[in-house]
Structures are given as structure tokens and as C-alpha cells.
Design a protein around this ligand. Structure first.
Ligand code: NAD
Length: 357
């Protein structure tokens, strides 16, 4: 099969880690008889330097014309003094909205080989965990009505959480579909004991659950979920939740893996075109030193194959190659910890993974 992939390398370590992912994707294409073409576009600080804006129209057009988008990271101290609307990070919201991406998939997996990196005790982590958080990305309180008004105690500020059945249904479907591709367990997280918007969320999820009888569906209140994630993370497979709850819980879940350089993410919309990126930033402190961990971006590439191109065997092959290389003791500096292992740079780690395919 043939696919066109738009590359948004961005700033800091962005170019190094995206180059790593491209190398692994090219090797995968060779092995399975596909053809992937890659076209780079500017985004973030490098786009500001070349064009004056963080998200040039040519980048939006290029991404819209592609089959999918792979992003590195944007931002850095060079652009920190710019006003908010001109900053590199502004481009992220812009490109997500231009591509109509409303579902955020964030896996949080603890690799057995990296168990020591988790801040959780061994008896809690057990044999590891592998959670997929499906977060609604374009609705809820971050996009609701807001402002200032006179309240009981004088001037007050307010933000509003609102969700329509349509918005809940489309994120719910994405979550049920994700659960069907994994171990068929889905937990929906809300605050239906207090919030009206959560009651509609729960009711809508329940009616969807009837259409996916193969999926074992449960509900949980968000306060309990925050506790359960650190008490017994292994109980979760796929989690679906609103924008704000997902924002908080996905960061909690990534922390308990202990390794930010390992975590991929996907943003999806109505079409198969998605945007795939590591959850970490541009790490300006280590840029250009060949010490960045490329694995989060390589695994983002694997997610692209699975969720945008329907190439599950190919995605499995990349994920297995990463497992193999970690199990053999190879590490980048960020996941070295105190355990014994062989330290590798960004390009060497990339090569090891490509070889293991
Ligand atoms: P960061 O994720 O870039 O870095 C946090 C720490 O983790 C740093 O010590 C960094 O060296 C380390 N780290 C991150 N990724 C790593 C990797 N792949 N390998 C090894 N170590 C890694 O977060 P920050 O320092 O808060 O932000 C730096 C810049 O990135 C800022 O300009 C910020 O706005 C931007 N940022 C961009 C995105 C994005 O593009 N999606 C996300 C978050 C932050």
C-alpha cells in the first residue's frame, strides 16, 4: 500500500526524533512491501523564523493533502518572550483544529524492562500495565462559555462545562473501537454524582455500550479514578473521559510509567487522517546532542500505522522491536536509571530498533 505522510519536525529535539521514526517506518515499509512518502513542513519556532508565523498556511494545506501527520515537538527559549498568540505552541491548537481532530489517544504503558523507572512500588505495579486513555479534545470546559460577572461575593469568574450527545457519541465510538482493537474493556470516567454534563455523558455512553456487547463496559467517578490509577493501574485497559478529566488523568498515567521519552499519542477526527506525536516537548536542554530518546516518536509512528492506515501487523512489529531492544538492555540516557544497561544515543537507538524489526 502507498501512503503520504506529512512531517512536522518542529524545534529542539523534534528533527532528531522524527528522523528516527522515519527510519523505522521506512524499514517497516520495506519489510512489508509498502511505500511511505514523507514531506516536511514548517511548524513552531522554525516556522516563525522562516515565515513570521508558527503555522503557515502551506503547512495546513500540506497536512490536509496528506494521509496522516507525524509531529515532533515545538517551542524553546528563543521564542519564550513572544506574545501568546504568536508563540510556537499556538500552532498545535491551530493544526488540531484545522484537521478537525477531536479524539486524543494516549497510551501509558509500563515496560517490564523499565519497571524501576515507575515511582510506584513493585507490589502495586505487578507485571506492568498498559492503559489507553481516550480523551475528548475539542469540547467541555476548555471551550465553554466563560467570563466575569457579579456574584454573591462581588465579581467572580466562571467557566462552563457543556457536552452535546453528538460530541459524547463520537468520542464514545472512538473509545469503543479502540477497546475492540485491544482487550475489549472500557471504563468511562465522569462526575455523574455531581455534574449534569456528566449525567448526559454517562447516559449516552450506556446507550452506546448496548451497541458494543463484546466490550466489557464500566463507569467510574473521576476522584476514584485518580486514586485507582496509583492504587491498581493494572485494572484499566481503555479509559474514555472528557477534555479536562482526560488532561489531568493522562498526565497522572504518564507519570506512573516514569519515562516521558517513551510515550506516544494520537489525535483523530472524522477521517482516517490523524496527527501522531510524542507526549513530551522539544527538550531544548538536550537538543542537537544525540541523547534524546526517539522511542515515543517511533511508537507514534506505530500508532499511525494501526489507527490511520489499518496496518496492525506492521504496528505490532514496531512495538515488538522496541520491546526486544529494551529487553536486551539497550537504553537512552533518560531511561538508564540505576539499572545496568548499554547506553545509546538517539541515532544508535533508532538503528537498534530498525535492526530488530
Ligand atoms: P519537555 O517535555 O520538552 O522536557 C521535560 C524534560 O524531559 C527535560 O528535562 C527534557 O530533557 C526531558 N525529555 C523530554 N523529552 C525527552 C526525550 N525524548 N528524551 C530524553 N529526555 C526528554 O518539557 P518542557 O521542558 O516543559 O518544555 C520545553 C519546550 O517544549 C517548551 O517550549 C514547551 O512549550 C514545549 N512543549 C511542546 C510540546 C509539543 O510540542 N507538543 C509539549 C510540551 C512542551
Amino acid at each position: 500500500m502507498e501512503f503520504n505522510i506529512a512531517l512536522l519536525k518542529g524545534d529542539g529535539i523534534g528533527p532528531e526524533i522524527v528522523d528516527g521514526a522515519v527510519k523505522v517506518l521506512e524499514k517497516t515499509a520495506d519489510k512489508f512491501g509498502h511505500k511511505f512518502s514523507f514531506t516536511p513542513y514548517l511548524i513552531g519556532g522554525c516556522a516563525i523564523n522562516k515565515t513570521g508565523v508558527p503555522l503557515p498556511q502551506s503547512t495546513i494545506d500540506g497536512c490536509l493533502a496528506s494521509d496522516s501527520v507525524l509531529l515532533g515537538a515545538v517551542g524553546g527559549p528563543e521564542w519564550d518572550e513572544l506574545p501568546g498568540y504568536k508563540r510556537p505552541e499556538k500552532a498545535l491548537l491551530g493544526i488540531r483544529s484545522a484537521l478537525g481532530l477531536y479524539t486524543n489517544l494516549r497510551p501509558a504503558k509500563l515496560y517490564p524492562a523499565l519497571r524501576a523507572a515507575s515511582p510506584l512500588k513493585d507490589e502495586i505495579v505487578g507485571s506492568g500495565f498498559d492503559i489507553m486513555i481516550v480523551r475528548e479534545l475539542t469540547g467541555g470546559i476548555y471551550f465553554g462559555d466563560r467570563g466575569y460577572r457579579e456574584g454573591r461575593y462581588g465579581q467572580e469568574a466562571y467557566d462552563t462545562e457543556a457536552y452535546s450527545v453528538t460530541e459524547i457519541e463520537r468520542i464514545g465510538k472512538a473509545a469503543f473501537e479502540a477497546a475492540m482493537k485491544r482487550s475489549r474493556r472500557l471504563c468511562s470516567i465522569d462526575k455523574a454524582n455531581v455534574l449534569e454534563s456528566s449525567r448526559l455523558w454517562r447516559k449516552t455512553m450506556h446507550s452506546l455500550a448496548g451497541k458494543y456487547p463484546a466490550v466489557e463496559y464500566t463507569d467510574m467517578f473521576v476522584d476514584n479514578a485518580a486514586m485507582q490509577l496509583i492504587r491498581d493501574p493494572g485494572q484499566f485497559d481503555v479509559i474514555v473521559t472528557s477534555n479536562m478529566f482526560g488532561d489531568i488523568l493522562s498526565d497522572e498515567a504518564s507519570q506512573i510509567t516514569g519515562s516521558i521519552g517513551m510515550l506516544a499519542s494520537a489525535s483523530l477526527g472524522e477521517t482516517t487522517r490523524g496527527m501522531y506525536e510524542p507526549i513530551h516537548g522539544s527538550a531544548p536542554d538536550i537538543a542537537g546532542k544525540n541523547i534524546a530518546n526517539p522511542i515515543a516518536t517511533i511508537l507514534s509512528g506505530a500508532m499511525m500505522l494501526r489507527y490511520s492506515f489499518g496496518l496492525s501487523a506492521e504496528a505490532d512489529a514496531i512495538e515488538n522491536a522496541v520491546d526486544k531492544v529494551l529487553a536486551a538492555g539497550y537504553r537512552t540516557a533518560d531511561i538508564m536509571g540505576s539499572s545496568e544497561g548499554t547506553p545509546l544515543g538517539c541515532t544508535e537507538m533508532t538503528e537498534k530498533i530498525a535492526e530488530a524489526l
